[in-house]
Design a protein around this ligand. Structure first.
Ligand code: FES
Ligand code: FES
Length: 159
């Protein structure tokens, strides 16, 4: 066991856990941040996606020992003051079906738009290809990312 202090969604959180525990388990079981989901546990489905210093990572295969001073952002840290354009678009187009994969989808979509504010359809498909949706909401996800780019542009044009 070891004691860690990790910055999560802008706040330092201290806790004790096994050095080999994946970040996903820390988030869900130790810190009760259950917005991040457990799908496959082997880095293949994207349900557990969070941001580490702005990079989208699979928290199920990220050992807590490797996080260090990196800033962790989870779905709970997106759109606190007001909904993020990605969340607005998700809501407007009613993207989720069962919802299980959706926090990971949103974290990947937010990361994509931070890297590339106006992606082509091909770039959207490419960036989102690691996020599996068993309900097949892929078409709505693509449309919502396109809508989010427009909403972001509109927001930036506000006086
Ligand atoms: Fe992490 Fe599937 S639960 S990639
Ligand atoms: Fe059900 Fe994606 S909405 S798995």
């Amino acid at each position: 066991m070891a004691t860690y202090t990790i910055n999560i969604n802008g706040e330092d959180q201290s806790f004790t856990c096994d050095e080999n525990m994946p970040l996903l388990w820390v988030l869900r079981e130790v810190l009760q941040k259950t917005g991040t989901k457990y799908g496959c546990g082997i880095g293949q489905c994207g349900a557990c996606t969070v941001h580490l210093d702005g990079n989208a990572v699979r928290s199920c295969v990220t050992p807590i020992d490797s996080v260090g001073e990196a800033e962790v952002t989870t779905i709970e840290g997106i759109g606190n003051a007001e909904l993020h354009p990605v969340q607005q678009a998700w809501e407007e187009l009613q993207v989720p079906q069962c919802g299980y994969c959706q926090s990971g989808q949103i974290m990947s979509a937010v990361h994509l738009l931070e890297q590339n504010p106006n992606p082509s359809d091909g770039e959207i498909l490419d960036a989102m290809s690691g996020n599996i949706c068993r309900c097949g909401t892929y078409d709505r996800i693509k449309k919502a990312i396109r809508l989010a780019t427009q909403l972001s542009e509109d927001n930036n044009q506000l006086p």
